[in-house]
Design a binder for this molecule. Structure first.
Ligand code: GDP
Length: 296
């Protein structure tokens, strides 16, 4: 991931570091190259603009250019700005409530939402010793509920028994009740995905959120869809208070534009990165570490 962005930024940085004094023009030339590198990584245009403006202001303002090592300082400014755009919040889930805590998973069909639900459930169970129950609220797609049950078996995580014909809000209620009675720590609600963002999906999602009052609403988006992922995220943000984003298929994403745009566009931190099809292929997202990786 981020290979070509990383290469290009390293090139810009090497030039900056190699010089003694720097003029404002030198900084602006370097920032133009940073801009091209970000655009080539498929970072959304408003994000690129804000990034370059912020970094340029910091670099030409203050005493940076009069310092002993201006090149180093400009490099540091770009690195810090990168970390800022990747997000600086912790990726921890907020589950510190009287159990059961509720995590609601939202996103478009095919984004990897159901797989990610099972991945997070498995992680919570294995790494945090939580007793987790998953419930599928997808009554539109045939076999969606069975798919989650199969993943539950693979992950050794309980799923709410399927009751044919029940509607999403009622399934959510039943899941909460069952979890309370049976002493579960966490309930994960896998809401229905659609092919496109549509109002019926949004209304159903809001109704479920009203009933379930989740601690976490995680949006699952496919990082490979780049700018589309960013637009989808923007739409969801306007409808429900997202607490985090999960970017899937980071294993196949060489450019990384979605990762760099997401925080700025949604205001929500990226909490996890999906890195493969297996149920263990998920990693917490650490902005500073990712920035470090990009900067080599
Ligand atoms: P949903 O329709 O959003 O619930 O999507 P699914 O969970 O059914 O996933 C669709 C496909 O994407 C499945 O074949 C998953 O194995 C695959 N998938 C999900 N997450 C990842 C990921 O992080 N990396 C890769 N390579 N494949 C993934």
């Amino acid at each position: 991931m981020f290979d070509s962005l990383s290469d290009r930024l390293t090139g810009v940085f090497d030039k900056l570091r190699g010089r003694g004094a720097l003029s404002e023009d030198d900084v602006r030339t370097a920032m133009r190259e940073v801009r091209i590198a970000l655009l080539e990584a498929d970072v959304a245009l408003p994000v690129v603009r804000e990034f370059v403006d912020r970094a340029t202001d910091r670099a030409v303002g203050g005493d940076v250019l009069r310092s002993v090592t201006p090149g180093q300082m400009v490099v540091k400014i770009v690195s810090d700005t990168l970390t800022e755009f990747l997000g600086s919040d912790s990726s921890d889930l907020m589950l510190d409530v009287t159990p059961p805590a509720v995590i609601m998973m939202v996103g478009l069909q095919g984004s990897g939402k159901t797989t990610t639900t099972a991945k997070i459930a498995k992680r919570l169970k294995e790494k945090e010793r939580k007793k987790v129950m998953m419930a599928s609220l997808d009554v539109n797609r045939p076999a969606a509920q069975e798919q989650l049950a199969v993943l539950g078996q693979q992950a050794d995580v309980a799923t709410l028994p399927i009751v044919a014909g029940q509607q999403p809000v009622d399934i959510a209620r039943r899941a909460l009740q069952a979890a309370k009675l049976q002493g579960y720590d966490v309930v994960m609600l896998d809401t229905a995905g659609r092919l496109h963002v549509d109002q019926a999906l949004m209304d159903e999602m809001k109704a479920v959120a009203d009933v379930a009052t989740p601690q976490e609403i995680l949006l699952v988006v496919d990082s490979l869809t780049g700018q589309d992922a960013v637009n989808v995220a923007k739409n969801f943000t306007e409808q429900v208070p997202l607490t985090g984003v999960v970017l899937t298929r980071m294993d196949g994403d060489a450019r990384g534009g979605a990762a760099l745009s997401m925080r700025f566009v949604t205001g929500a931190p990226i909490k996890f990165a999906g890195t493969g099809e297996k149920l263990d292929a998920i990693e917490p997202f650490h902005p500073a570490r990712v920035a470090q990786r990009i900067l080599g």
